[in-house]
Design a protein around this ligand. Structure first.
Ligand code: KIV
Length: 272
């Protein structure tokens, strides 16, 4: 073993494929910084997604469209320093891959080279297959993303459930096959009917990771701010909130303000 060899066995794209084959569900959470990535990694999460949802939850934008490649690289390089065991996947942001395969490859290479991440994710079906092939041919693992693809929000008009009608469901099934054939090692399925997600998951040999796509996917992903209850206004049906941090953080901050104002903090044992 070389002096720089990792002490912990890293989850790889192959681990995820073995998990699907053995029926072991894959857990994925988003993270955008070192501290939460370290926590999630130590807790045993399989995959950390540096999602372009950073545009919403970190930067406060209404959509995922404004976040830049440089900003994603900043978040991803912080996350990677905290992830000793998890596989770290980074979203290609809007505008960094849609134009053509050369641009897509250049963006993916920047992410891999400047962050040390292990894979990228991008949204779309057959229209991005050429870009996916180019990226994979450079040795970069890719996760596809179908169903509700937030970078296309202005085309959809709403964040409601996708592929409820047969025509859209048929396109999604066909896109899923094309992404698998192009070499994606996994697919995110967002906000589609559970029965469709089940069909797709059974028909593919690569794992599907669902968000709002029912229980039959090979894994699940949630945005950390949603599952920890840091957001108050976002409560879709698919979200299970595991903590309710918003009121707890508010109470802690209010207590701190009161302690500072009353001169209770710092006390003697908190002083030098
Ligand atoms: O950006 C993100 O957080 C995502 C997940 C919702 C899958 O793409």
């Amino acid at each position: 073993m070389s002096a720089n060899a990792p002490e912990v066995k890293r989850i790889t794209t192959h681990t995820l494929q073995r998990m699907k084959a053995s029926g072991t569900k894959i857990s994925m959470l988003t993270a955008y910084d070192f501290s939460f990535a370290s926590l999630f990694d130590a807790a045993g999460i399989d995959v950390i997604l540096v999602g372009d949802s950073a545009s919403n939850v970190m930067a406060g934008h209404e959509t995922t469209l404004p976040i830049t490649l440089d900003q994603m690289i900043y978040h991803a390089s912080s996350v990677i320093r905290g992830a000793k065991r998890s596989l770290v996947v980074v979203d290609l942001p809007f505008g960094s891959y849609q134009s053509n395969g050369d641009i897509a490859l250049a963006s993916a290479i920047r992410i891999m080279k400047e962050t040390g991440a292990h894979a990228i994710k991008l949204e779309g079906g057959e229209e991005v297959v050429e870009s996916i092939r180019r990226i994979i041919s450079a040795g970069i693992p890719v996760i596809g993303h179908l169903g509700l693809t937030p970078q296309s929000i202005y085309k959809f008009g709403t964040y409601s459930v996708r592929a409820k009608e047969e025509a859209e469901a048929a396109k999604l099934r066909s896109d899923a096959k094309k992404l698998e054939e192009a070499g994606c090692f996994a697919l995110v399925l967002e906000k589609i009917p559970a029965a469709l997600a089940k069909d797709v998951s059974v028909s593919l040999s690569i794992p599907t990771i669902g968000i709002g796509a029912g229980p039959h996917c090979d894994g699940q992903v949630l945005v950390m701010h949603d599952m920890l209850g840091i957001n108050t206004e976002f409560k879709p049906r698919f979200l299970r909130q595991y903590l309710n941090l918003h009121p707890q953080i508010t109470a802690a901050v209010q207590q701190y303000i009161a302690d500072v104002r009353s001169n209770d903090f710092p006390n003697e044992s908190e002083s030098y």
